[in-house]
Design a protein around this ligand. Structure first.
Ligand code: F6R
Length: 585
């Protein structure tokens, strides 16, 4: 979602520096962007544009400070007037902002009554106007910012830039802001990965703190304006944003899965043992996640029940606060999040902490908000995921949860063995891409695709449907095969494609019956199983690896989604309306 990049220092073509910073944040998803830099004599260069950032550079402009923003529209359409930076009436105070100011309308009405004229439909624009209004009473900028923090509601990350004073003020509530300094300047961003090419020590702002950049110096204040020491930490972030010969990040990341899974299988026993002890001590635990991470959570509930004979809940993070009344000190909340920044996950973990429950995070990003908030953490070790769609981070989550269930059951070795078999099946299905490509081209103009699975294959069906719809924009839906007769079967007609996940486990016979039922109504049945059957019009063989079969099964759908997207001439890395890191509610 929205991204922020700011700089003050010795460099002299800051517009292009910020431009590159914004490019590195592109993967978060955005629909417009803007840059402001200060030129000589308090003049400025402001560029705001709808659409994607092009490859070419900006014209060189002498400047040593400025900031930029990639916008993912929430309040107000995708128009130039709504892009950031926003400014006050005098174009003296500029602001970039991630998040939502929930009480913006009330603030805006008050400002309009005082004569302020707004030029955008955004919530953000109230910020520079508020500062302008407060400045009538005082020129103490720290005081102004403290006052604004008190006035605004919502989860936000904000940077103010006072042009004439050459000062930046940054603060946040939940949404991240990270700062770093090197020999030639100070860098601020919404995402540590954007800073990684320039610096190796960073500081993640805490909620309520105010960071000031002035005359190439940094200072930090608590919410009462009391100075604080900045404790920088090492940023161990490998910048890996090249395609390495692949056409898209999606296919690169799909192909990286065997390596990621092998690392997890070989290195995580001790970390998983610690996590298992925490789970054993808890009473009433719950996985939470959004989108794919929720489907991984749901898969985890089957793993825990089947393998570890333990009950655990799974909740969609945006619903968690309505379900959280059961939490107490002995509860354990296990949030799953690739980015570690998904706002609904962050709000849920805050809720859990309010109730004094313990938290154990599974995240891919070291230093992310989730990583910093959770009591205990497991890093997914999937490496940077650039494609907006989750692929390797999803299967990494499954591998962790699968091994965790086996550790709880005292059968870690068995879990390792099954996962190793699953990795071989992943390699095999990747090698069958030509056959999947043909299926993709057959499915590319279909209106609907249905996906069936029972037991642990049910969340696999949900994740598969999500992969297909978000990449190819074809309607796909996953169902528990047993639910078919309770409604969905009404949608099956001649040639409706139905993918059936049918590993040879306790669900096999019943799922096969469902395949017969849809076939009898004219469906085109695509079977994914270790065992072929005449009911399948097309068959993909995936050997059984106990419940770890979920992993190659999902990889099949990832590849299908990828090739359907290409067949439809779409960009799999940046699907419309989607963002990699969903930092607003
Ligand atoms: C689907 C997808 C999303 C994310 C969801 C949560 O391909 O990528 O559904 O899984 O937005 O993101 P994280 O895991 O970063 O919390």
């Amino acid at each position: 979602m929205c991204g922020i990049f700011a700089y003050q220092g010795e460099k002299t073509d800051v517009a292009n520096l910020i431009f590159s910073g914004l490019k590195s944040l592109e993967y978060r998803g955005y629909d417009s962007w803007g840059i402001l830099v200060k030129k000589n004599n308090n003049a400025f260069y402001l560029k705001r544009q709808v659409g994607k950032i092009k490859e070419e550079k900006l014209p060189p402009i002498f400047s040593t400070e400025g900031f930029g923003h990639t916008r993912w529209a929430t309040h107000g359409g995708v128009f130039e007037k709504n892009t950031h930076p926003h400014f006050d009436s005098q174009k003296q105070i500029f602001v970039v902002h991630n998040g939502i100011i929930e009480n913006f309308n009330q603030l805006k009405q008050e400002l309009i009554k005082k004569g302020h004229i707004f030029t955008s439909e955004t919530d953000t624009e109230v910020l520079p106007h508020l500062a302008e209004e407060l400045r009538k009473k005082t020129n103490d900028r720290l005081k102004i910012i403290k006052e604004i923090i008190k006035k605004i509601q919502g989860l936000n990350a904000v940077i103010f830039y006072f042009l004439n004073d050459s000062e930046f003020y940054a603060f946040k509530n939940s949404s991240p802001i990270v700062v770093g300094k090197n020999h030639d300047g100070i860098f601020l961003a919404s995402d540590a990965s954007a800073l990684a090419p320039y610096i190796n020590k960073v500081y993640f702002l805490d909620d309520g703190e105010i960071l000031v950049i002035k005359e190439k110096n940094l200072s930090l204040f608590d919410k009462n304006g009391k100075p604080k020491k900045i404790n920088f930490i090492n940023l161990n972030y490998k910048v890996e944003d090249t395609l390495g010969g692949y056409k898209h990040f999606m296919i690169k990341e799909i192909n990286e899965q065997p390596k990621v899974l092998k690392t997890i299988v070989d290195t995580q026993e001790q970390n998983l043992k610690k996590a298992a002890n925490l789970i054993k001590k808890s009473y009433g635990s719950c996985f939470i996640g959004c989108g794919s991470a929720y489907y991984a959570s749901l898969t985890g509930t089957y793993f825990f029940s089947k393998i570890a004979k333990r009950h655990i809940n799974a909740a969609v993070a945006s619903e968690f606060s309505y379900l959280a009344d059961f939490l107490k000190e002995t509860s354990l909340v296990i949030p799953l999040s690739q980015s570690g920044e998904t706002i609904d996950v962050i709000s849920s973990i805050k809720k859990a902490k309010e109730k004094k429950a313990k938290t154990l995070a599974l995240t891919n990003v070291l230093g992310s908000t989730l990583y910093r908030l959770a009591d205990e953490k497991l890093l997914l070790l999937a490496g940077p995921e650039k494609c907006v769609l989750s692929t390797k981070s999803f299967t990494a989550k499954l591998a962790f949860l699968y091994l965790l269930a086996h550790i709880l059951n005292g059968t870690f070795k068995k879990g390792q063995e099954n996962l190793k078999k699953a990795i071989k099946e992943v390699e095999k299905i990747i090698n069958e891409r030509e056959k999947i490509k043909k299926l993709a081209s057959f499915l590319k103009n279909k209106e609907h695709i249905f996906i069936l699975g029972r037991g642990v294959s049910y969340p696999v069906a949900l994740e598969s449907a999500l992969k297909i719809k978000e990449s190819s924009y074809i309607h796909a839906e996953g169902f528990p095969a047993g639910e078919l007769k309770h409604g969905v079967i009404a949608l099956i007609e001649k040639e409706t494609p139905v993918i059936v996940y049918n590993p040879v486990d306790e669900t096999y016979e019943d799922t096969l019956s469902s395949a017969y039922e849809v076939s009898a109504r004219g469906a085109y049945v695509i079977g994914i199983s270790s065992k072929n059957n005449s009911v399948y019009h097309q068959f993909f063989q995936i050997e059984d690896c106990a419940d770890a079969t979920t992993i190659p099964n999902v990889v099949f759908a990832q590849l299908l989604g990828y090739y359907m997207t290409l067949a439809r001439g779409l960009d799999p890395d940046k699907p419309r309306n989607l963002a990699k890191s969903v930092t607003v509610k």
